[in-house]
Design a protein around this ligand. Structure first.
Ligand code: FVH
Length: 294
């Protein structure tokens, strides 16, 4: 049976920007919330909201059946929790620290060896979005029933999306989504740098850029997915041979306008390789296969 949110105690380890937002959301949802942070002063504002600060990580772990950890890195998580394995046994550990699939799998193995239920998570939100409808958190782990037990509590943080029983999957989804974001952020930065090279105000250009990116995303994402899943990359829209010929204009324009070109040069290499390997008639979806190492 799912644990009733208002009755379920939770511990939050790590009170950085994100951990503080998580603990605050749990408190607002009525959970008795125990908090611990390496730098103890950060517990103050949460204590004022009703949280119970713990003197040690061990005390914090002992306070709740559900432990949420959100530190800078998984290396820090390992270092913090290794001495607490015995205290964690029989409890559910939800790790919302950003990391790789391999790190999540390794932590899950460590947890299983110590009788700890491990759920990995990827937060698709910034701290200010926590507990708003725009936020969601991806979860994965071998014990789906444990996730279901704690889901009502975790829903206080953000919408929950279960992605599978392999503990590495949440990190895989998380990093894949963030990869799309970083690629877009780089494109947005270069676009503003280019338009700004002639003194055009960013605010004037922003609506055009936004609408263009939204329209392109709406087309490219589903079309690329279809092409990958059917292994049909031929296109009558914008093929790689054409893009290869057009792309030098971009690099040249960046240089002429006084911008750095290095962030965008690798794309030319990719286009060249695609055409040289005989994929000139294919669309941009073909690049996915060229990004694989072998
Ligand atoms: N902030 C964000 O927008 C993103 C959104 C998506 C998810 N990320 C990930 O969340 C993890 C934590 O991020 P954060 O924003 O809370 O980060 P900081 O504010 O820098 O706080 C870091 C906390 O980690 C503690 N800590 C670091 N190293 C150790 C350690 N060796 N032992 C114990 N605690 C450690 C740190 O403690 P202190 O410096 O205050 O003593 C903070 O509590 C992260 O994976 C993001 O990628 C956030």
């Amino acid at each position: 049976q799912p644990v009733q949110p208002a009755q379920s105690p939770v511990t939050v380890l790590g009170l950085g920007l994100m951990g503080t937002a998580l603990a605050s959301a749990l408190l607002k949802a009525g959970h008795p919330t125990t908090v611990w942070n390496r730098t103890a002063a950060k517990t103050g504002p949460l204590a004022a909201q009703g949280a119970t600060p713990a003197d040690t990580a061990a005390d914090a772990v002992a306070a709740s059946p559900l432990i949420i950890v959100c530190l800078t890195t998984n290396e820090a998580v390992r270092a913090l929790l290794a001495p607490e394995a015995e205290a964690l046994a029989g409890r559910t550990l939800v790790n919302l620290t950003n990391g790789t699939p391999a790190q999540a799998r390794e932590l899950a193995q460590w947890a299983a060896a110590h009788g700890i239920t491990y759920i990995d998570g990827g937060i698709m939100a910034v701290p200010q979005m926590i507990a708003t409808p725009a936020a969601y958190i991806l979860y994965s782990g071998s014990d789906e029933a444990a996730f279901e037990t704690h889901r009502p509590t975790l829903e206080a943080l953000a919408d929950t999306k279960w992605v599978g029983k392999d503990p590495g999957l949440a990190a895989l989804y998380d990093l894949s989504l963030l990869t799309g974001m970083y690629g877009m952020a780089l494109g947005v930065a270069q676009a503003f740098a280019l338009i700004g090279s002639e003194g055009i105000p960013a605010r004037e250009f922003a609506p055009l850029l936004r609408d263009w990116i939204v329209a392109m995303t709406d087309g490219i994402v589903p079309e690329t997915a279809e092409a990958i899943d059917t292994d049909q990359h031929l296109t009558d829209v914008s093929n790689l041979a054409m893009n290869r010929e057009a792309y030098p204009n971009f690099i040249q324009a960046y240089a002429e306008q006084g911008l750095r070109t290095d962030a965008f040069e690798p794309f030319q290499d990719l286009l060249d390789r695609a055409v040289e390997e005989g994929h000139g008639a294919d669309g941009l979806s073909r690049l996915v296969t060229l990004l694989k190492k072998s």
